[in-house]
Ligand binder design. Structure first.
Ligand code: FAD
Length: 453
């Protein structure tokens, strides 16, 4: 038995687990983290591409200024300086035929900037823009009903035109909820708009990592040691042991047993279900664990012999590709890489069901065709290397029905708490949702521990 008097065992060292560990440690509690992989960061990770030798992510991640819980963790780990922050929200839009538009919110300060930014969009009629602004205003004063509505029904209810849906709302829905508009929950969408887009200049700024995602979490194992805790990487938890209505300990795949006064599961729902004792797996309170559905994200990395792309990143409209990121502008690389592969871009397709079963070579072919239409300069470039990454369970499918079933951090077992982007955070599955969930679970654990004193 491995029992070094830990206050809390945290299972999983993704963003939620790390956030929980930081919160507990700062409250003076001793934490043990068990992580099945040999790295921290979970679904936000980077690795070396074997062909080009460049560091790439499992999918481009974009953060926003309103990610206050996550940013406080990066600050603690001293990696917040590895994020590039826009001065004000600026997003390029590129049509399938190359027509350009831009949402620029810098002309006026604060919310007025967003309003003027929307009014200045060139490819959308004035009537549609006024309808969008009316909806934005109603959202801000809390005068909208979202109950059980999908975003599609919600946008129709508030008389949004087809063009503003396709050219403005839909890209936001896909990027933030990773679910198509006919499935995504309207209440989550409204929450995102309130917290990110209509909450002032700082909240709406976009932040992009200038390094591989894993680097943002690299200092964590050392940090936790310095704060009296411990992390075991490559240690998968196989089972939770229940005794007298409490979780008595956890069993690892290596046959070790660990005990602590409180336990936080920072696992995705399926993995949590797998380690619950049989009698809890079928307990009505854990029924939602059986019904979570997932949505994929497909990421395509392309290397060219020419630097043909002159923007940082853009939303693409009317194409299978939804976002394009110019890696050479946003993530500095070694001179050798730049010499060998002057052009390097990544593409994102959220809720990418249509690409999941498509052969990677076909995916690349389709993307190249779309890029050449939208960016004529791309036709002059030769593709040297590519990689397609399909994250099939990237996030949970954020439907209105699922929104009602998301589990709270507190469970009916007094010393077991739940964290993870899928728990009841009122946010979509994001790094910020994961960080917030970890902090909430940690605070519940701290309160139990403090009562025991
Ligand atoms: C391709 C892609 C793009 C994304 N883009 C964005 C974006 O732009 N912006 C944004 O905010 N969010 C984005 N997300 C979502 C974001 O990555 C997730 O919301 C977040 O990483 C989830 O963190 P988590 O801690 O809840 O879960 P996870 O990161 O999944 O952490 C769970 C951890 O538990 C470990 N584990 C599993 N089973 C066991 C076990 N039995 N024992 C021990 N450990 C175990 C896992 O290895 C993992 O480390 C994206 C996700 C993907 C996949």
């Amino acid at each position: 038995m491995q029992n070094d008097e830990y206050d809390c065992i945290i299972i999983g060292a993704g963003t939620a687990g790390i956030a929980a560990a930081v919160e507990l440690s700062k409250a003076g509690k001793r934490v043990l983290i068990l992580e099945s992989k040999n790295y921290t960061g979970g679904r936000a990770r980077s690795f070396e591409d074997t062909v080009t030798g460049e560091i790439i992510d499992n999918g481009q991640h974009v953060l926003m200024g309103c990610y206050s819980s996550l940013l406080s963790i990066f600050k603690e780990l001293a990696t917040d300086n590895l994020l590039i922050r826009q001065n004000t929200l600026t997003v390029n839009f590129i049509d399938s035929d190359g027509k350009k538009d831009i949402l620029k919110t810098s002309t006026l300060p604060g919310k007025a900037g967003v309003i003027l930014g929307i009014l200045n969009l060139k490819q959308i009629s004035l009537k549609s823009k006024f309808c969008a602004l009316e909806l934005a205003l109603r959202i801000q004063i809390g005068n909208v009903k979202t109950e059980n509505l999908t975003t599609q029904d919600f946008l129709k209810k508030y008389r949004q035109s087809k063009e503003i849906i396709e050219r403005f709302w839909e890209p936001i829905i896909l990027a933030t909820l990773n679910s198509s508009s006919n499935q995504a929950s309207a209440s989550l969408f409204v929450e995102v708009l309130k917290r990110a887009f209509f909450a002032g200049k700082d909240a709406s700024q976009i932040l992009i990592p200038s390094v591989g995602l894993s680097e943002l979490f690299t200092p964590f194992p050392e940090w936790i040691l310095r704060h009296g805790g411990k992390i075991h990487l490559g240690t998968s938890v196989e089972a939770l042991e229940i005794r007298n209505g409490q979780i008595a300990g956890v069993l690892s795949s290596k046959g070790e047993k660990f005990e602590a006064k409180t336990i936080i599961s920072a696992l995705p729902p399926k993995q949590l279900l797998r380690i619950l004792p049989k009698e809890l797996q079928s307990h009505p309170k854990f029924t939602p664990l059986h019904v979570y559905q997932f949505s994929p994200i497909v990421s395509i990395y392309l290397w060219f012999d020419l630097a043909w792309c002159d923007i940082d990143f853009a939303a693409m409209l009317g194409t299978t590709i939804q976002w394009i990121f110019n890696r050479r502008k946003i993530a500095p690389s070694s001179n050798t890489s730049v010499e060998k592969f002057p052009g390097h871009i990544s593409l994102t397709v959220s809720a990418g069901n249509i690409l999941v079963d498509t052969h990677p070579e076909e995916v690349v072919k389709l993307c190249l065709e779309e890029l050449k239409r939208a960016f004529p300069k791309a036709s002059d470039a030769k593709l040297i290397s590519w990689k397609v990454i399909k994250e099939k369970s990237a996030t949970f499918l954020a439907t209105p029905a699922m929104e009602l079933l998301r589990l709270q951090a507190q469970t009916f077992i007094p010393n077991l708490f739940l964290a993870g982007d899928w728990t009841s955070t009122s946010l979509p599955a994001t790094l910020e949702g994961a960080a917030q969930s970890g902090i909430v679970a940690a605070r519940h654990a701290i309160s139990v521990l403090n009562k025991e004193k």
